[in-house]
Design a protein around this ligand. Structure first.
Ligand code: BG6
Ligand code: MG
Length: 217
């Protein structure tokens, strides 16, 4: 078996930082933007997030303005990223990563973020992953399965032998399309399409994960 982890909302708690950076831009553009709108931004590329924001505001902008908004949002986001440390790692993650490393289970990151490497470095987890597939490498964003298919390729694993941890609806859809086992981390009401859902890694527990790995052989 091989395991592919999403980053934002699964390994690190960056959702609030993304939200605050988008909220600032939305305020500047005079577009109403709430935390529940932010749910649709999870797992989705930066570009697609801005498109959704403009849809919410029922407005449009020139391509050059669009590009400059993407840059501004990311600059604001990176100010938060700069302050990140191990405290932003989500509950139970270090235990799961250490356990899988001990068992020699191949691990990859499959994230839509173009900031994935810098964030993993900031929180000291870069060395756990044999492969990192992020927003700089994929052409089709989640819910397209490309990011997970590339990760499986790097790990030399059959799709059916991959387990994906995701916090976003778009990510669960991508994992399911890839024929992988999808495990949602978050709210059951939101991630109902996943094969399994847990509030966090502590609720899942390492014994449960071991059972799943044993069953798959
Ligand atoms: C995903 C987040 O992991 O990365 C999305 O869930 C975000 O909210 C996307 O838009 C792209 O991130 P970045 O860091 O490249 O702007
Ligand atoms: Mg995520």
């Amino acid at each position: 078996m091989a395991i592919i982890f999403d980053l934002d909302g699964v390994i690190v708690d960056t959702t609030r930082y993304h939200y605050l950076a988008w909220k600032k831009l939305a305020d500047e553009l005079g577009i109403p933007f709430t935390e529940s709108d932010n749910e649709h931004f999870k797992g989705v590329s930066r570009r697609r997030c801005l498109e959704i924001l403009l849809e919410i505001g029922n407005t449009s902008m020139s391509e050059s303005e669009f590009e400059s908004c993407l840059v501004r949002k990311n600059e604001d986001y990176l100010v938060y990223v700069e302050t990140m440390n191990e405290e932003e790692i989500l509950p139970g993650v270090p235990e799961v990563l250490n356990h899988l490393k001990q068992r020699n289970v191949p691990m990859a990151l499959g994230s839509a973020s173009k900031n994935a490497r810098v964030i993993l470095e900031k929180v000291g987890l870069l060395s756990y992953f044999q492969a990192i597939v992020d927003g700089t490498q994929v052409t089709a964003a989640k819910p397209d399965p490309e990011v997970f298919l590339q990760a499986a390729d790097f790990l030399n694993a059959e799709n059916e032998m991959c387990i994906v941890f995701e916090d976003a609806q778009a990510g669960i859809e991508a994992a399911n399309k890839a024929g992988m086992t999808s495990i949602g981390i978050g709210e059951k009401e939101i991630l109902g399409h996943a094969d399994y859902v847990f509030t966090d890694f502590n609720e899942m527990g390492i014994d449960w994960l071991n059972d799943l790995l044993e069953k798959a052989g």
